[in-house]
Design a protein around this ligand. Structure first.
Ligand SMILES: C[C@@]1(CC(=O)O)C2=NC(=C\c3[nH]c(c(CCC(=O)O)c3CC(=O)O)Cc3[nH]c(c(CC(=O)O)c3CCC(=O)O)/C=C3\N/C(=C\2)[C@@H](CCC(=O)O)[C@]3(C)CC(=O)O)/[C@H]1CCC(=O)O
Ligand SMILES: NC(=O)c1ccc[n+]([C@@H]2O[C@H](COP(=O)([O-])OP(=O)(O)OC[C@H]3O[C@@H](n4cnc5c(N)ncnc54)[C@H](O)[C@@H]3O)[C@@H](O)[C@H]2O)c1
Length: 236
């Protein structure tokens, strides 16, 4: 069994080809497009979910309503196929191999050079769980359990941390002092305030802690300036 190496891929502006017209294909198209990829989907028959995703993405999505043809993978950074038809699998696998591309044939790990973990997202926090293919069901269960632990407010919490970190760094606070700040910040009541929707209080508490570390906090920070917490991430 492979000893998989976990990475985070930057697919912005990169070509991703999805072969398949089923619900899994729809999910993959949506997920890669959400990460900024230029997605092309190829399939003779499309399910309703894929039609809907295509409608939402509009011109952002390239569509080929026909079977896969050799040459379709030209320029792709990542290739995903949802089929298990042996001839099609072999054709896609050999073209992707020749081109040195990243390939995932869903649920066929022996024809993948990468596999997909179960993902919990609280942007910018991402938790990916893999069992190296041994038990995807367990990966899913662990992801569901982690969802209970990491509330939706974690997104706002981390964005606030990013703003604080920028201030600490631009004002020359040492590495050790920054580390100490975050050990306090992550254990402080800031998260609880964000979970209650009390953003102003969360900002005020953060500002107070920053001052204890000698940081001059601009007025815009407490008012929720440029990097203000996104209310949608708290509400959804
Ligand atoms: C995480 C997740 C992400 C995603 O799909 O994107 C994912 N599978 C998920 C769910 C799931 N998949 C299966 C079940 C039924 C129960 C079961 O069989 O266990 C369930 C549970 C369910 O659906 O509830 C069936 C299954 N899956 C694979 C095989 C083939 C084999 O094992 O050889 C078979 C048998 C097919 C059959 O017999 O017909 C293989 C793979 N599935 C992987 C990923 C990769 C390894 C991940 C890891 O390292 O753990 C890997 C290797 C390749 C890949 O596809 O990348 C997603 C959860 C998303 C979530 O969090 O909700
Ligand atoms: N090896 C295994 O474990 C295994 C398991 C189940 C089925 N099979 C075999 O796989 C075949 C059925 O596979 P499936 O259930 O994944 O369905 P499928 O390959 O027919 O469909 C999966 C998706 O791929 C699309 N698709 C089909 N042909 C395409 C093409 N030429 N170009 C682009 N997109 C295409 C379909 O529209 C569909 O959305 C059967 O031959 C069956 O014997 C193998």
């Amino acid at each position: 069994m492979p000893n998989y190496y976990p990475i985070m891929l930057d697919v912005r502006g990169r070509r991703v080809v999805v072969i398949g017209g089923d619900r899994i294909a729809a999910e993959k198209v949506q997920a890669f497009a959400a990460c900024g990829a230029q997605v092309c989907v190829i399939a003779p028959a499309w399910c309703v979910e894929l039609e809907q995703v295509a409608q939402e993405l509009g011109g952002q999505l390239e569509t080929r309503r026909r079977p896969y043809q050799p040459g379709d993978l030209e320029g792709a950074f990542v290739v995903i196929a949802t089929t298990r038809k042996p001839e099609l699998v072999e054709a896609v696998w050999s073209e992707a191999q020749q081109r040195g591309q990243l390939l995932n044939i869903v649920d066929l790990p022996e024809r993948c050079n990468f596999i997909t973990p179960s993902i919990l997202r609280r942007d910018p926090l991402t938790v990916a769980v893999s069992t190296e293919g041994v038990s995807p069901g367990l990966a899913k269960l662990i992801r569901q359990e982690l969802e209970q632990h990491f509330s939706r407010a974690y997104g706002a919490f981390l964005r606030l941390a990013a703003e604080a970190r920028a201030l600490l760094r631009t004002q020359g606070v040492t590495y050790e002092r920054r580390d100490a700040f975050f050990q306090e910040f992550y254990r402080s009541p800031v998260l609880a305030r964000l979970e209650e929707g009390a953003e102003a209080e969360a900002r005020a508490l953060t500002a107070e802690l920053l001052r204890q570390y000698g940081v001059e906090v601009p007025r815009s920070f407490e008012e929720g300036g440029a990097g203000a917490v996104d209310e949608r991430s708290l509400a959804s």
